[in-house]
Ligand binder design. Structure first.
Ligand SMILES: NC(=O)c1cnc(N)c2cc(Br)sc12
Length: 319
């Protein structure tokens, strides 16, 4: 086989494997068997071993990186990562809504309600359509470069169909099933157990060896943007739809709410339904949907005036 023929075959295999990966990990709707997937991955790795110059950063064979890092480099976020004010009851939510309506001088506001994922806030940077850097939130301005660990999360696309520099933010988390399995393994090995899926996700993403992170079955939901050079949209809900169109995993439970009464309805629904989820949530995030209105409201010293986190009461720990 000539190098040109090898490149053609490698491009086909990359396209197929990245698509199978998207179907399995983002859509939860695989179109091929694991056997079929593994066979094509083996062929890709053999071709890349014969033609190392043809290995590219978006190749699915590159998800589990090379050698362990000595340490994590610091990353300065071009756009600071948010922290949210909290609401603990309906009164707090009504106060928030009152401040927003007064700030915008309107009678009623359209909000977006989203589940507050109990994981680790993450920022993903794409340039020319390639995943180039992933970082932790850190203190909101400076985080740690954990690109090699984030590449092991199969639902993170290595390539997207938008060549503008964009940053997408979300929450990396460990599904409850993965958490139980991990602690069972640790118990058998006499290792210290993780207290909860959030700590397990944080501990996994802080591993210097990506091969360990790759085994932790982490996942991610994306829900916001940082630096954004792509076409401007009018609302946050349109952004969520665009992120999904780009191939990012967004949480399917987000809903628009017309006025605070619909927000309260959504919150009360999830106080009941949260136990049925396969991942931990610790509240609901409520955002003003219109982006111009967000701009108009701006920020306090610490957090946006156009969003709030309703925190669920801490669950009683059954001992
Ligand atoms: N959907 C969201 O906006 C969202 C979900 N889950 C979270 N843990 C957080 C945290 C911030 Br800050 S926003 C947000």
């Amino acid at each position: 086989m000539t190098e040109q023929e090898a490149k053609k075959r490698i491009d086909i295999l990359k396209e197929e494997l990245n698509t199978f990966n998207y179907e399995y990990h983002v859509l939860d709707h695989p179109s091929v068997s694991d056997f079929e997937y593994d066979k094509k991955m083996r062929e890709l790795k053999e071709l890349e071993a014969s033609y190392p110059a043809l290995v590219t950063t978006d190749s699915p064979s590159q998800r589990v990186g090379g050698e362990p890092l000595a340490n994590f480099q610091k990353v300065t976020h071009r756009v600071p990562m948010l922290s949210l004010g909290n609401a603990f009851n309906e009164e707090d939510l009504k106060d928030f809504d009152r401040r927003v309506r007064e700030g915008l001088d309107v009678e009623e506001v359209t909000y977006v309600c989203e589940l507050k994922i109990d994981g680790l806030a993450i920022s993903l940077r794409y340039e020319d359509g390639y995943f180039v850097q992933g970082a932790t939130r850190g203190d909101g301005t400076t985080g740690e470069d954990i690109t090699s660990n984030l590449k092991t999360i199969r639902s993170i696309p290595l390539r997207i169909d938008d060549d503008n520099p964009i940053e997408v933010r979300g929450e990396a988390y460990m599904p409850q099933k993965a958490f139980v399995q991990l602690n069972e393994e640790r118990e058998q090995n006499g290792e210290e157990l993780f207290a909860n899926p959030r700590n397990a996700a944080a501990g996994s993403l802080r591993q210097l060896d990506p091969k360990i992170a790759a085994k932790r079955n982490l996942d991610i939901f994306l829900y916001a943007v940082g630096e954004w050079e792509s076409g401007e949209l009018e609302t946050h809900s349109e952004r969520l739809e665009y992120l999904q169109k780009l191939g990012f995993k967004t949480n399917p439970e987000w809903r628009k709410a017309n006025g605070i009464e619909e927000v309260i309805e959504y919150v009360n629904k999830w106080v009941e339904k949260r136990a049925a989820l396969q991942y931990d949530i610790d509240g609901i995030v409520i955002k003003v949907d219109n982006l111009e209105a967000q701009e108009q409201l701006g920020f306090t010293a610490k957090s946006p005036r156009w969003a709030i986190a309703y925190k669920f009461p801490a669950e009683e720990v059954v001992t």
